[in-house]
Design a protein around this ligand. Structure first.
Ligand code: NAP
Length: 295
């Protein structure tokens, strides 16, 4: 079997077209132009390219976008006061502080300072709690992107054995939580693996849907999955440079071997990555709708 490729690039393109129309409709109806600010502290090249991509996508969709770039020595206090300024700015409906932050700044303190109504990354404890309870909230972008890829590729999740590798707060835990919720796109039986899991192969080989977010290049091989599995590879690992000087990327799944056994698989690049940015735009639109009172 050679797998169907679940293209995040193509799926994201379709969703972005939908969003573009919805942004224009909101603006026409209410006069509200959705606004996003991205705040970057330091000069991490990966973070710089993520922020640039977010701003470019926002512009393309008609979303007003501002970028704040701060040097790595910026104090926590200064960053908190910038967040506070945007909390009060009526033109801005979504605030994204790019992680990771420099070591002297406490991520949680900054994330908790963002107005939950502008928390388009979905990392504020209020949104995390609402997500856990299945209430309306901003869903974290990468897990939301994974759900959209599964839904739009026609993958049935109800009753499926879903195995998630990785238990981070931004990917593994929320994606596991969303997959087990009692609603469309959920209703799965979920297993969450991590570095203390005793026999990982036992779990991965049972998976109908395998979601991998470990940050270890090509870690999942063909002999660790069953025939017909649907694989969502969240991993983005820089493994060198291409001849044209761009970062060479690999996922957490050994694509070449696993695609011969899977029913469907996401590539890296071009899989979950474009979906993450697109879900950020969707959340920004949702925030602007809430602000305009038409949510
Ligand atoms: P993270 O915070 O480093 O967490 C990695 C998780 O994987 C941890 O829970 C860790 O277990 C587990 N893990 C690591 N090695 C393992 C192994 N050998 N066996 C089993 N479990 C293992 O990473 P993250 O932020 O979730 O990101 C994961 C990957 O997704 C990275 O490659 C990242 O670049 C990528 N990512 C992509 C997007 C996107 O938009 N495409 C967004 C976010 C992240 P312990 O908890 O036991 O340490």
């Amino acid at each position: 079997m050679t797998a169907k490729i679940i293209s995040g690039t193509e799926t994201a393109k379709v969703i972005r077209e939908e969003l573009k129309v919805e942004v224009a409709e909101l603006t026409e109806k209410t006069g509200v132009v959705p606004g996003l600010v991205t705040i970057l502290v330091g000069e991490d090249p990966a973070s710089q390219s993520y922020v640039a991509a977010k701003n470019k996508t926002a512009h393309a969709l008609g979303i007003h976008s501002e970028q704040v770039t701060l040097d790595a020595e910026t104090s926590e206090e200064e960053l908190l006061s910038i967040v506070d300024k945007y909390n009060k700015d009526d033109k801005i409906h979504g605030i994204l502080v790019q992680l990771p932050l420099p070591k002297h700044i406490h991520d949680n303190k900054v994330l908790e300072a963002i107005d939950p109504n502008k928390d388009v990354d979905g990392f504020h404890p209020i949104n995390v709690g609402r997500m856990m309870l299945g209430e309306k909230c901003f869903l974290p972008c990468t897990p939301h992107g994974v759900l959209e890829l599964l839904a739009r590729s026609g993958t049935e999740t109800s009753g499926a054995e879903v195995v998630v590798v990785g238990r981070s707060n931004i990917v593994g835990k929320p994606v596991a939580n969303l997959m087990l919720q009692k609603r469309d796109g959920g209703n799965a039986t979920v297993t969450l693996c991590h570095t203390r899991t005793k026999d990982m192969d036992f779990h991965t080989k049972r998976a109908d849907i395998l979601i991998v977010a470990a940050g270890v290049p090509n870690m999942i091989k063909a002999d660790q999955v069953k025939e017909g599995v649907v694989v969502i590879d969240v991993g983005v690992n820089r493994i060198g440079m291409t001849e044209s000087g761009k970062a060479k990327l690999a996922g957490d799944v050994d694509f070449a071997s696993v695609k011969e056994k899977a029913a469907a698989i996401t590539p890296v690049p071009g899989g979950v990555g474009p979906m993450t940015i697109t879900m950020l735009m969707k959340n920004t639109l949702q925030a602007a709708r809430q602000y305009a009172g038409v949510a």
